[in-house]
Design a protein around this ligand. Structure first.
Ligand SMILES: *Cc1c(COP(=O)(O)O)cnc(C)c1O
Length: 374
């Protein structure tokens, strides 16, 4: 078993594993399950300070992104896709798959979205049914100011879909202008992969309820959940053990009073250590507190770094994919990974790995991390 320090899936706590192994009832027929599900959904909404309704769907994080697009998109709808990363751009496929017409607002992948530039763009064109925004674009560690962006979009009457799969509960986020927020079980929440969370505003519900055409999906469809509580009936059998695990993970977050501050502190120290060691951070702005990303130094391959970390130290960190494949390395300090001792162990191993591979560091990542924490 590797120690996982990847930007999702993350380390799972013992009480979450235990909760997943509890005896389970028939979730289709036992109304106690409906009550427990509802309570967990209410708890998630309350932790996010919103009255918008949380729904938990059986399926990986991607299902939430697809369900949001499938539920909102009708034939020919213009949708603004805000793109400064792999997940940002990826939304265009979900939009077109369901008959929409995606219009890209593309930014530099090394920079956070410039809200003023977006405003200037919207002044010339704002005829969009909804817009998609990624809070933390994990493949590059890019953080966008989703609160300001959604506030701006709503001021033009545009509905907002936000992918916060990798940031939810690890970064502070004002969700008040988000119509469909997407989260997943396997990132900061630190439960195994398998569940997606959609938090749906009243505006999103009316847009979905007032569609002229039916939603072109059953599984990626939020509407089929809208009356589950009144009808005591789910559209399909809910994965009860996954939900029991999620409940324990959410309770861990509820009881963790300094989770945001810990992410902020550890991320800041990790970035500073990367700079001080002579490595180069990938981005120029928009640093997420859930993952740190640096460029693979010249003369070394990403694969050799990842393999040495595994073979010599039993630690798994991540490379990246798509346009970033082979170019960058990611340390996922999110959720349960985000503990000083985990990051210390990882950086100590990375010091030795880079040294073995011939990188001449200016300083030790581990030492610099410790210095920067204080
Ligand atoms: C992890 C993640 C998802 C879910 O995607 P998977 O590749 O299936 O794990 C969606 N959006 C973002 C930003 C993510 O980090």
């Amino acid at each position: 078993m590797y120690k996982i320090m990847t930007p999702g899936p993350t380390q799972v706590a013992e009480n979450v594993y235990k909760a997943r192994s509890l005896n389970c009832t028939n979730p289709d027929l036992d109304v106690a399950f409906v009550e427990d599900y509802k309570k967990l959904c209410l708890k998630i909404s309350s932790l996010l300070n919103t009255k918008a309704e949380t729904l938990i769907l059986g399926g990986e994080g991607i299902l939430g992104l697809e369900a949001a697009c499938a539920s909102l998109t009708e034939e020919g709808d213009r949708v603004l896709v805000i793109d400064n990363g792999v997940f940002g751009r990826g939304f265009k496929d979900f939009v077109s798959m369901y008959g929409g017409n995606p219009v890209l607002f593309t930014g530099d992948y090394k920079e956070t979205i410039d809200v003023n530039a977006l405003k200037a763009y919207l002044d010339t064109d704002h005829d969009f049914k909804y817009a998609t925004v990624v809070h933390g674009d994990t493949p590059s560690g890019m953080l966008n100011d989703a609160a300001s962006i959604t506030k701006l979009l709503k001021s033009y009457g545009i509905l907002t879909v936000v992918d916060a799969v990798s940031t939810l509960f690890g970064e502070s986020l004002d969700v008040s202008n988000i119509d469909i927020l997407c989260g997943g079980s396997q990132k900061v929440i630190s439960a195994p992969p398998g569940l997606t969370i959609n938090v749906v505003s009243d505006d999103a519900k009316s847009a979905i309820n007032n569609r002229k055409s039916p939603i072109r999906s059953f599984y990626a469809n939020l509407k089929v959940f809208f009356n589950y509580y009144e009808e005591k009936w789910f559209p399909y059998t809910m994965p009860i053990s996954d939900i029991n695990g999620l409940r324990a993970a959410i309770e861990n977050i509820e009881n963790d009073n300094d989770i945001l501050e810990r992410h902020r502190k550890i991320a800041k120290a990790t970035r500073q250590a990367i700079i001080n060691s002579g490595l180069k951070l990938y981005a120029n702005s928009g640093y997420s507190n859930t993952v740190s990303v640096f460029e693979v130094p010249e003369g070394i391959t990403a694969e050799s770094i990842l393999e040495t970390m595994k073979s010599d130290f039993n630690i798994m960190i991540a490379g990246s994919f798509d346009v970033f494949a082979g170019k960058i390395i990611r340390i996922g300090h999110m959720g349960n990974n985000c503990r000083v001792e985990n990051v210390e162990e990882t950086l100590m191993a990375l010091d030795k790995t880079l040294n073995k591979l011939g990188f001449k560091a200016k300083a030790s990542l581990y030492e610099e991390f410790r210095k920067c924490l204080n």
